[in-house]
Design a protein around this ligand. Sequence first.
Ligand code: ATP
Ligand code: MG
Length: 568
Amino acid sequence: MTDSTPETRSDSPRPTKHFIEQAIDADLAAGKAAGVFTRFPPEPNGYLHIGHAKSICLNFGLAQSYGGTCNLRFDDTNPSKEETEYVESIMEDVRWLGFQWDSLHYASDYFDQLYEWAEKLVKDGLAYVCDLDAEQTRQYRGTLTEPGTNSPYRDRSADENLAMLRGMKAGEYPDGSRTLRAKIDMASPNLNLRDPVMYRIMRAHHHRTGDKWCIYPMYDWAHGQSDSIEGITFSICTLEFENHRPLYDWYCKSLGIHHPRQIEFARLNITYTVMSKRMLLQLVKEKHVNGWDDPRMPTISGLRRRGYTSESIRNFATDVGVAKFNSTIDVVRLENAVREHLNRVAPRRMVVFDPIKLTITNWPAGKVEMVDAVNNPEDPSAGSRSIPFGGTLYICSDDFQEDAPRKFFRLKKGGEVRLRSGYIIDCHDVVKDKDGNVVEILCTYDPETKSGQDESGRKVKGTIHWVSADHAVSVQVRNYDRLFAVENPGQTEPGQTFLDHMNPDSLTVTEAFAEPEIKAAKVDDRFQFERLGYYVVDRDTTDEELVFNRIVPLRDSWGKMVAKGKAD
Ligand code: ATP
Ligand code: MG
């Protein structure tokens, strides 16, 4: 293989370290961090998507490359939206991506410790119980241009605050009637520092702690301290948390506890899809798709069922890199990642869509010959298989045109073509039905031109694939396409929602004829259907029929279609 093979490309190290690695190197060199201890902290309120995959690859990847550890922590501080189903799917997705956490945690395991720390801040005069309701709290907060106003409850004594906090915990007050707030600075230019809420009163059943608590910590009050308890050194998160960092730092400093360093990077966005759990949940709940793992979903489980390999997703994450500014990545890069991987590893099979009958008029009646076909030209170790060849075949309808333009190098009347792994054939006539449609193509074959043994010296411009009519296996094919018809479905005109941008043709189901070797295929096996694309056996397969999902076509035809205006 030459240096430009994809294998060499995907395995070679990146030329320079990205900014997070540079920050880590600096901290390690300065003795500010004892090692690289990271975590992936999903909120179990939905299934993970490809954006989370990027965060997983980053956090677990850094721990691996620096010889550190990475935890999986469920950020389960909001019981109203969280479910055990999501916890299980998240663990499955992380493992499938090829990572194993060093330890598994739940923010809810720290509820007692967090509460103890809240009492400490109260005793130190750094937190107070506030009786403003949610609306009043918002009004007192001020705006980006105007400072906030101190709450009238801000100057309660430490003793009074402690008694009231205990009352909140004991369930003495109704939901939403009081909060515990950090006493920081109502005039801070950073709104997150204007006496942020630490606890709210909320009688909600928690998926792990049940009904033990009626006060729940806010994200900011739980997150940094959870990192601290676990000894995390680098708390990596997305850019929207950048202006929460001063609060993260304030909590750690005020408590005098181990202080991890928060570093932010840009979220992954991809064209032709949406990536917020809120929108994905809506697609599922309103049945615009068949569940979280619908093969058109950008969820990890959807991509898995679509036939993506975990290696291709990891390669994609490395390829897009880590940035400080938000941008949107062309979905073609994700599709190319799976093409590149499957080109190396997927066995080839011949499968005919929209079949038309082809009869070889000089083939000996009843004769069946086995021809040899290479399983994967990119991988000699994949070996070869034998395929039956007979006098009646099927080819794809669009590989034939009766009156074809000069540049049409597939089969035409009066033309010649090679049948892959078979012979060169010449088309001399067609049979038509009463409406004038071609229903059968009549050809002769040249016995001197068998693939691998051809010494005829004949050269033809085109090669097409085929299956023997007597041996063809009927399979169901689900041709999946992009779920949305526009590049940025989240961007809508007034009165529209992202649902108005759904692609009505994101799924078409057809029957196809496959070579008999296909019968050995098992659920999750992936193939290249020659000249068409990559396909995976779906779990809906039964003893009676194989069901395939299209992963990606062989080439990106979407870009060209959009250019020609056909997708409008
Ligand atoms: P969403 O906004 O889609 O609901 P989220 O940020 O609320 O996602 P979390 O469960 O809180 O989802 O995310 C867990 C981790 O994954 C966080 O560290 C978050 O920053 C990261 N993450 C979420 N979405 C992306 C993305 N698109 N790109 C990179 N990282 C992401
Ligand atoms: Mg979140």
